[in-house]
Ligand binder design. Structure first.
Ligand code: NAD
Length: 326
């Protein structure tokens, strides 16, 4: 049950039951491993509408669960006496443009289900991720501030901005302890990304190793905010562990680590694979990327809960290539 004595002691003193909804996705998979390492395998219930990879399924309890089904979530919450829910199920930016109503229904109804469970005191704390997609073409692009013009132009961005307003509303009106960050594009090697506009920054490492060439769906000078998964998980744990009075923003915090263009990631990879080549064939995702900021000011997260990123582009490249090569 607990692979080592440290986990047993941690679990004993920090006992709480956690439910992750959407646990088999790019972030949920790594979040499940990290929370299980911290709180014990049996304390963290992974759930998703589909099964995850073999190691995730073997690492602890799993429930097949539809995030849009309130009664089903409530059953799992009651059965395992869940205190905290991490809601990672969503339809991401590129896929949401193809299925606007499905995206809206999933992204909003899943959030209402979890917020209402907290409002009714069936759970005590919620994590829900927002995104840099809350910003739009009229947002200042460089060092985008926490509070600025938003006006998102994608289905995904509209759902995330609405979600932020509802999180703040549930906090103000009902005292729901909901915490959120606006993740930038996330880069990871354990699980593939699930239909976002920044997916190229993961695919490129796979292709660098397998084919030594990559056909990029964004233009070479498209600069976007990005983050290595370890930083994203650390930020998620930090905001959830912080004292409630430190969380001054109940919509969602800006979060940043690095910003780069496809050419800059190419150059970083070429330091390890000199003959790696890239071609460019922008598709519909270019328009989405053009509507987002190039860099993000995350000073509020630093001020309020001591956030600081640890991975820049070259460190990310080294981690990605080393781990994907093995
Ligand atoms: P993902 O697409 O990789 O994973 C989402 C998971 O949700 C999948 O495993 C999917 O099977 C599951 N799911 C879909 N519909 C469901 C349903 N009805 N019930 C239960 N599970 C369902 O996404 P991700 O990249 O892990 O993103 C997680 C969260 O973080 C999302 O809210 C996303 O908007 C946000 N986010 C991600 C990024 C990123 O770069 N990955 C950036 C910003 C914000």
């Amino acid at each position: 049950m607990w692979p080592n004595f440290r986990q047993y002691i941690l679990h004993f003193f920090m006992r709480k039951s956690i439910l992750i909804i959407g646990a088999c996705g790019q972030i949920g998979t790594e979040l499940t491993y990290t929370l299980r390492e911290k709180y014990g395998n049996d304390a963290v219930i992974a759930s998703d509408i589909r099964e995850g990879n073999e190691s995730l399924m073997a690492s602890g309890p799993f429930e097949l669960l539809d995030a849009t089904n309130y009664a089903a979530i409530e059953d799992v919450v009651m059965h395992y006496e869940i205190e905290e829910v991490y809601l990672m199920a969503a339809m991401l930016s590129a896929t949401a443009e193809k299925f606007p109503m499905r995206a809206w229904n999933l992204n909003m109804n899943s959030l209402f289900n979890v917020l209402n469970l907290a409002k009714d005191k069936k759970i005590s704390k919620v994590f829900w991720p927002s995104s840099i997609a809350v910003f739009g073409p009229n947002t200042p692009k460089e060092n985008t501030a926490q509070n600025t013009i938003m006006e998102p132009s994608t289905v995904y961005g509209i759902s995330k901005q609405s979600g932020e307003r509802w999180c703040e509303y549930y906090f103000q009106k009902y005292g729901v302890d909901v915490r959120s960050v606006r993740y930038p594009g996330l880069i990871s090697w354990k699980t593939l990304p699930g239909g976002g506009t920044t997916d190229y920054a993961v695919e490129i490492y796979h292709k660098a190793l397998s084919d030594k060439e990559y056909n990029c769906f964004l233009k070479k000078d498209t600069k976007l905010p990005m983050m290595f998964m370890d930083d994203a998980i650390r930020a998620t744990m930090a905001i959830m562990d912080a004292d409630a009075q430190k969380i001054k923003i109940r919509s969602s915090y800006n979060l940043a680590a690095m910003s780069f263009t496809p050419i800059e990631i190419l150059e970083s990879i070429q330091q390890h694979i000199p003959d790696f080549k890239i071609t460019f064939e922008p598709d519909f995702r270019q328009q989405i990327a053009d509507s987002w900021p190039s860099s993000i000011d995350d000073s509020k997260a630093t001020e309020d809960w001591e956030w600081k990123s640890a991975f820049d582009l070259d460190k990310t490249t080294k981690e990605m290539l080393e781990n994907l090569a093995t």
